[in-house]
Design a protein around this ligand. Structure first.
Ligand code: NAD
Length: 499
């Protein structure tokens, strides 16, 4: 009988009150491995009630003691990293070493959050007026929720909950239905680390659970990462219900390749950035903007054999690891394949066709090989839309100015990179490009945990990004106290000013 993953509520596993479930696949074999419950109204109520019940006591736990739980959690994450990475590979499909990398990037946010006593010290001014001091308190919001995508089932939740709970909130995670298991294991490890029950909840589900979290009066803030249409919906709905929200959306990330770039190094960087994790990364490079035909020709010549030679198969269980696993689902495979068909129909040159390839290891799951298009034009759908697969488009331009104008007119603006040996060109690019995260000879410029992660334009909704100082600001509200210890207060009928 297929097992059913339920929820994690009030410090323990909980079965759903209903029978609505969704299949969870191993995308490398196309087999259903288990099912996940989709929360009912009763499940949502239980989850929110337990998070609400835990909120006051957790908020009054000292920041130092909250941080100590996170220190223990960090040690457990390290201890169980192989097990957690294998769970990611089994449901997402990315190769094992990539899954370990995802965990490390999540763990870095835990390390950042361990510094919470320092991060929420607030501000203090002595003598803002004669005998008057002012200071700020950064206080938790209460119950907050995070809704996360399939492509980073461990890292994206860890962008959110370590900071949220370090700040004194209780956190409800609604993971992706595609790969829910690692979130459940994380909940167990947090409990083992000493996190009190109700502080971290996993509520599995679909749109119904998401809508319930947004609409419920006891949930104070919503963090979201996923596709742009849903990000915008989450942001709009949260505003409607008077909640603060941060909603990160989709991407189309361009790498500008200048004529003076080290072409071999650039090609290596592009291979990892375009085809790693089968392109299912919000920071994947999906467009290479070659400045000059010579640059474009050299890129195509060097990329072609490498894309054809990609080792593709099951992301775990081989002596020599694969470089690319499958896509997450049959529906997503059909979508990505459809985009390749579309690119051909639109007139782009398909240099490497990954459709219908045989995998290196004979695995028969939701696989597509690396695809490479040349002469992609800005009007084409394969240029404008997020494909989220191993499909790299080469666009040819004549100047850096043209590249900047092209990229600045795209609706998405998550990450970008420039490869060059010219410091002036790199500086010019970094200053003038309208994109949230910029790499200079760094293909995937994901900011470290102590900086903040987020794009611009339709890649993000809301002013505060993930982790770093923005994360702390998002999960706290500031209270400013103005105090004096007066001896003889006089009545004052005009606007108070400091004397
Ligand atoms: P998705 O938008 O389909 O789903 C994300 C979450 O929203 C899931 O938990 C899902 O259950 C929920 N959801 C889906 N439809 C919903 C609806 N109609 N109403 C309410 N909730 C709904 O995204 P995905 O396919 O899981 O993830 C891939 C997308 O995420 C890509 O677009 C990728 O660029 C984006 N992404 C962005 C970032 C970033 O930092 N900007 C990071 C990772 C992924």
């Amino acid at each position: 009988m297929t097992s059913i993953t339920g929820h994690f509520i009030n410090g323990q596993h909980a079965t759903s009150s209903g029978n609505n479930t969704c299949d969870v696949f191993n995308p490398a074999t196309a087999q259903v491995t288990h099912k996940v419950s989709l929360a009912t109204a009763e499940d949502c109520d239980k989850a929110i009630a337990s998070a609400t019940a835990a909120a006051n006591s957790w908020a009054s736990t000292t920041p130092l003691n909250r941080s100590r739980v996170l220190f223990r959690f960090k040690a457990l994450l390290e201890q169980h990293s192989d097990e957690l990475a294998a769970m990611i590979t089994a449901e997402h499909g990315k190769v094992f070493s990539d899954a370990k990398g995802e965990l490390t990037r999540g763990l870095e946010v835990v390390e950042f959050a361990c510094g919470i006593p320092h991060l929420i010290k607030g501000e203090h001014s002595t003598d803002v007026g004669r005998g008057v001091d002012s200071y700020s308190l950064m206080q938790p919001l209460g119950v907050v929720a995070g809704i996360t995508p399939f492509n980073f089932p461990a890292m994206v939740p860890m962008w959110m909950f370590p900071v949220a709970i370090a700040c004194g909130n209780t956190f409800i995670l609604k993971p992706s239905e595609r790969d829910p298991s690692v979130a459940m294991r994380i909940a167990e490890l947090l409990t083992e680390a000493g996190l009190p029950k109700g502080v971290f909840t996993v509520l599995n589900g679909d749109k119904f659970a998401v809508d319930t979290l947004i609409q419920h009066p006891d949930v104070s803030a919503i963090s979201f990462v996923g596709s742009t249409p849903i990000a915008q919906y989450i942001y709009d709905e949260s505003a409607k219900y008077g909640k603060r929200a941060q909603a990160l959306g989709g991407a189309k990330n361009h790498m500008v390749v200048m004529p003076d770039a080290d072409i071999d190094g650039t090609v290596n960087a592009l291979m990892g950035a375009a085809y790693g994790s089968a392109g299912e990364r919000c920071m994947a490079i999906s467009v290479a903007v070659a400045v000059g035909d010579e640059t474009a020709d050299a890129l195509i010549e060097k990329l072609t054999p490498k894309v054809k030679a990609l080792r593709i198969g099951n992301g775990i269980g081989h002596q020599q690891e694969m470089e690319m696993g499958p896509l997450v689902s049959k529906a997503h495979l059909d979508k990505v394949t459809g985009y390749v068909d579309q690119g051909v129909a639109e007139g782009a040159d398909l240099i490497v066709d990954g459709r219908n390839i045989a995998t290196t290891d004979g695995a028969e799951g939701f696989f597509i090989g690396g695809c490479l298009f040349d002469n992609v034009k800005p009007g084409m759908r394969i240029y404008q839309e997020e494909i989220f697969g191993p499909v790299l488009a080469v666009v040819r331009v004549e100047t850096l100015e043209e590249a900047i104008a092209l990229i600045n007119s795209h609706e998405y603006a998550n990450g970008t990179a420039i490869f060059t040996r010219d410091g002036g060109a790199a500086r010019n690019y970094a200053n003038r490009i309208h994109v949230g995260m910029v790499g200079i000879n760094v293909p995937i410029p994901v900011p470290m945990a102590f900086h903040s992660f987020g794009g611009w334009k339709r890649s993000v909704f809301g002013p505060l990004n993930m982790h770093g100082n923005d994360g702390v600001r998002f999960y706290t509200r500031m209270k400013t106290v103005t105090q004096r210890w007066p001896e003889n207060l006089q009545a004052e009928f005009t606007m108070p000013t400091m004397k």
